[in-house]
Design a protein. Structure first.
Length: 345
């Protein structure tokens, strides 16, 4: 993503901020000390015992041990803390390496060792924000963030995720008593259906909650063409969603998340950077950017399945379609009648 953004001249020095890894003391504000110790030890030794694997979820297929593991995970948290501080100072902060939303207080989950969105939210609260909404647009349920704030009345979470997909949680209506709005959607979830849920659920919840802080997880696995998701969103619909939700006076942090198609991920997050900065996205890409895209490869996508637009443009064609009954029913499940918008049919 950064190579594309730099090649298009969208990254002036004043708009790029380095961050440091979160300190041990910062990590311990949320994560269990024994778990942090276990992750440090696993990194230093390059392996874990069966007991540690069982207790902390480290060293599994989905949470492998690799060189630099601890620093990478701590750096992700440090980036979200820095982004939240910038947001509190009036900036819209984009941290594409963030979005490790499955991490639990005492174990790794779903390639998420620490939970950086939790730290972004906690940083906003510590800075004096009164109410923070967490919106998760990743194809997978934001279970770790929801679990972290079940007893925190100043935070509500909204997750739009594909139904019947790992971690198989976040059913419609689940968690409402704890301020969690779960919106599981069917395969083929399209731009029209996203717009419908933003109109009828997300905006009403944010307005009613009177949020002065917003953290958005923008996982790219909800895009059409991702090999590990059945959702069918365009990047343009997601950029428009961000433009609609970002409001003056609301400290906003935008995080990355999952994504398993390198072409759609890079194009989505590059265009998001342009959207947040008011840059013009060219209709066709200069040779330097096309070279970056041409050099990408992915074991999960066959060469014949690479779409031409992934190599020549940033902007997707829209994927509009029918608003199906299972999507249309969600507002009535999660919202009382008086809070449903006029967009309900």
């Amino acid at each position: 993503m950064l190579d594309i953004v730099e090649a298009l001249g969208w990254l002036p020095a004043a708009q790029f901020h380095d961050s440091a890894p979160a300190s041990i003391s910062e990590l311990l504000e949320f994560h269990d000390p024994d778990y942090v110790d276990a992750l440090q030890y696993a990194d230093s030794e390059g392996r874990v015992s069966p007991a540690v694997r069982e207790q902390y979820g480290i060293g599994t297929l989905e949470n492998p041990v690799f060189e630099g593991l601890f620093e990478r995970a701590a750096m992700t948290v440090g980036g979200s803390i820095a982004a939240a501080r910038l947001a509190n100072d009036g900036h819209v902060a984009f941290h594409p390496s963030g979005g490790t939303h499955h991490g639990r207080v005492d174990r790794a989950s779903g390639f998420c060792y620490f939970n950086d969105p939790v730290f972004a939210i906690r940083t906003l609260l510590k800075a004096g924000r009164k109410r923070v909404v967490y919106l998760d647009l990743d194809a997978h349920h934001g279970d770790g963030v929801e679990a972290a704030f079940v007893d925190e009345s100043r935070v509500c979470t909204i997750s739009i995720h594909e139904e019947n997909r790992w971690p198989y949680s976040g059913k419609a209506g689940e968690g409402l008593s704890n301020g969690a709005y779960n919106l599981p959607v069917p395969k083929g979830f399209n731009d029209s259906e996203l717009e419908f849920l933003i109109d009828t659920v997300v905006v009403p919840v944010i307005e009613t909650f009177a949020a002065d802080g917003l953290v958005i997880c923008c996982g790219a696995d909800c895009l059409a063409g991702d090999p590990l998701s059945g959702m069918m969103l365009s990047n343009t619909a997601l950029w428009q969603t961000l433009q609609r939700l970002i409001q003056p006076g609301v400290a906003t942090v935008v995080l990355g998340g999952g994504g398993y198609n390198p072409w759609t991920v890079a194009r989505y997050w590059s265009g998001m950077w342009a959207t947040l900065n008011g840059a013009d996205i060219p209709a066709t890409l200069p040779p330097a950017v096309r070279a970056v895209l041409d050099d990408m490869e992915c074991d999960l996508i066959d060469e014949e399945d690479i779409e031409p637009q992934w190599l020549t443009t940033i902007t997707d064609s829209a994927y509009r379609g029918e608003i199906r009954g299972s999507v249309r029913s969600l507002p009535s499940i999660v919202l009382p009648q008086e809070r449903r918008s006029h967009g309900m049919a």
